[in-house]
Design a protein around this ligand. Structure first.
Ligand code: HEM
Length: 552
């Protein structure tokens, strides 16, 4: 044995037995056969056989870092207690530990991070009242508005089930062309914002509408926005191609290296607040996650900042096994009736019980480490300890006259508006699927418009003619210029789609019907005075030499 090894600690197996030889199996003679009673070898190899847990069905590739949230005690200029009693927000300067996992959506665990895809932005706050997870993305809206469509949407983004060919535009655009509510998100994903230059230079959003609740039980609707101090920076497809030719893990490395070098990324948390009602005066439904709330009407109000100052020490334990869910809220925060949110809330912990195991909340990264956990939940696969059971550990049920845990007492009084309605299966009334995508196009920077057109042309060129026509019709419904430029790129003229009827599943508003009848000749939408979420500068991080996008 070399001197170098003499001071090192001894390798053992998981039973604590020293390993005397880690190079050779136990065999009868040096040429074998091997013996089956070789516990050390069997423990090692059978553990290896189980090294992987199922990867996430979506958001499989991700990176986690840790840090803190610091409250201002206010929402904008007002005391925050006016709107929420959530403890983490109340005092100026109060810090709460947190974990943040960034991710891509569609690819597998080892896939490229420089792809066109929304990015996950999932924050776990370890508050004194237990954990709060804010599980969002970098684009502020989503492709669909009803959770029942999610498995179909995701299948359309995954490889072909027969050939396993990846990233097939025909599949995604087939789905989009039949789901007009996806247009707003398509506009963002196919713009440069669909390929952030790094996780540190993107915005984050809660996307779904949540509620806040104050000490009197009054509720408001809120949307969450994370604004990066590092600015917003993106790649074009050519930049991304160059990056991923070198490495698939560019974003994880960038985040890790920055934190390791003491260059801690920081975001400000802002909220938009509106009263807890249906808002019939708006052209969209405030519970619709394909829409943003106009910022000139509902301004952003700062509530604190987040700093990431620590890397994960073990990727598997802290990034693979971390588990977020939209149902994980603390007192003072609540759900809205958003039909996506309720579906998500079931889905996350359901998949985590399958993916990580029923005791996933006992793992250190998922534990409510700043609150005490006392439950009567027992046993199951990988139970690591018994949750604190109070003074009498024999009583693992409630109610009991003998001891055990007791209820905390009433906390959730009646709250929120009264809801009336008959059981139904129906789309929301105010779909308005084209106005915000149209405004978005007008309010984009010129290079973003050019890049969007180029990316749509590239993707649609690979699609069936029927899909191209329907998509072109939608794009004209969004904005004349967008339709005309994409049409030119895929060689389909306006009059080839001008007479198309709406989808059988669509009900157009009067204004939309007029646009349809006038398709391609509606003139630019008026966006004067309009401040849309994402109207922040977006800087291209040029990696590739590229022709002028406007010429594409
Ligand atoms: C009904 C719609 C949705 C369903 C059913 C759904 C379901 C899921 C599932 C099953 C996972 C894997 C969780 C795990 O294995 O730990 C996941 C991850 C994730 N989802 Fe969704 N999702 C939906 C919509 C959304 C939306 C709208 C957003 C963004 C606002 C979003 C953001 C995320 C993020 C960030 C992750 C990764 C969390 C992590 O880093 O571990 N999802 N989703």
């Amino acid at each position: 044995m070399s001197d170098m090894g003499a001071n090192r600690r001894i390798l053992t197996n998981r039973q604590g037995h020293p390993v005397h030889d880690n190079q050779n199996q136990r065999t009868v003679g040096d040429r074998g056969p091997a013996t089956l009673e070789n516990y050390q070898f069997l423990e090692k190899i059978s553990h290896f056989d189980r090294e992987r847990v199922p990867e996430r069905v979506v958001h499989a590739r991700g990176a986690t870092a840790f840090g803190y949230f610091e409250a201002t005690g206010k929402v904008g200029d007002e005391p925050i207690s006016t709107y929420t009693r959530a403890k983490l927000f109340q005092e100026a300067g109060k810090r709460t530990e947190l974990a943040l996992r960034f991710s891509t959506v569609a690819g597998g665990r080892d896939s490229s991070e420089a792809v066109r895809d929304p990015r996950g932005f999932a924050v776990k706050f370890y508050t004194e009242d237990g954990n709060w997870d804010l599980v969002g993305n970098n684009l502020g809206v989503f492709f669909i508005r009803d959770a029942i469509k999610f498995p179909d949407f995701i299948h359309s983004q995954k490889p072909d089930p027969v050939t396993f060919e990846q990233a097939v535009p025909n599949r995604g655009f087939d789905f989009f062309s039949q789901s007009p509510e996806s247009m707003h998100m398509v506009m963002l994903v196919f713009s440069p914002r669909g390929i952030p230059a790094s996780y540190r230079t993107m915005q984050g959003f809660g996307v779904n509408t949540y509620k806040w609740l104050n000490a009197e039980g009054d509720t408001v609707l809120v949307k969450y926005h994370w604004l990066p101090k590092q600015g917003v920076k993106s790649y074009t497809a050519a930049d991304a191609a160059k990056v991923q030719a070198e490495t698939y893990g560019s974003h994880t490395k960038d985040l890790f290296d920055a934190i390791e070098a003491g260059d801690f990324p920081e975001w400000e948390l802002h909220v938009q607040i509106i009263s807890d009602d249906e808002h019939p005066e708006l052209e969209f439904d405030p519970l619709d996650d394909t829409k943003v709330w106009p910022e000139e009407l509902f301004p952003l109000r700062r509530v604190g900042r987040m700093v990431l100052d620590r890397n994960a020490e073990n990727f598997f334990a802290e990034s693979e096994q971390i588990a977020f869910g939209t149902g994980v809220l603390v007192d003072g925060l609540d759900f809205s009736d958003d039909k996506m949110l309720v579906g998500r809330t079931f889905s996350y912990s359901d998949t985590q019980r399958h993916r990580v195991g029923p005791n996933y909340l006992q793992l250190p990264v998922n534990q409510a480490k700043n609150a005490e956990v006392r439950t009567n939940q027992r046993d199951g696969q990988m139970a690591y300890y018994v949750d604190n059971a109070g003074d009498n550990p024999h009583v693992n049920y409630e109610p009991s006259i003998l001891g055990g845990l007791r209820e905390a007492g009433p906390a959730h009084d009646e709250q929120g508006p009264e809801i009336k309605g008959r059981l139904t299966r129906a789309r929301i009334e105010r779909t308005n699927d084209y106005a915000q995508p149209g405004d978005r196009f007008q309010l984009s920077e010129q290079w973003e418009k050019d890049d969007l057109v180029a990316n749509l042309v590239d993707a649609l060129s690979q699609c069936d003619r029927r899909i191209q026509e329907r998509m072109l019709w939608h794009l004209y419904m969004v904005e004349d210029e967008l339709g005309a430029r994409v049409g030119e790129g895929i060689h389909i003229a306006l009059d080839e789609v001008a007479d198309m009827a709406p989808l059988a599943t669509q009900t157009l508003t009067e204004e939309e019907e007029q646009r349809r009848q006038n398709l391609g000749n509606n003139g630019p939408r008026d966006v004067s005075g309009h401040v849309m979420t994402h109207c922040v500068p977006n800087e291209r991080v040029a990696v590739a030499d590229e022709p002028d996008l406007a010429e594409v």
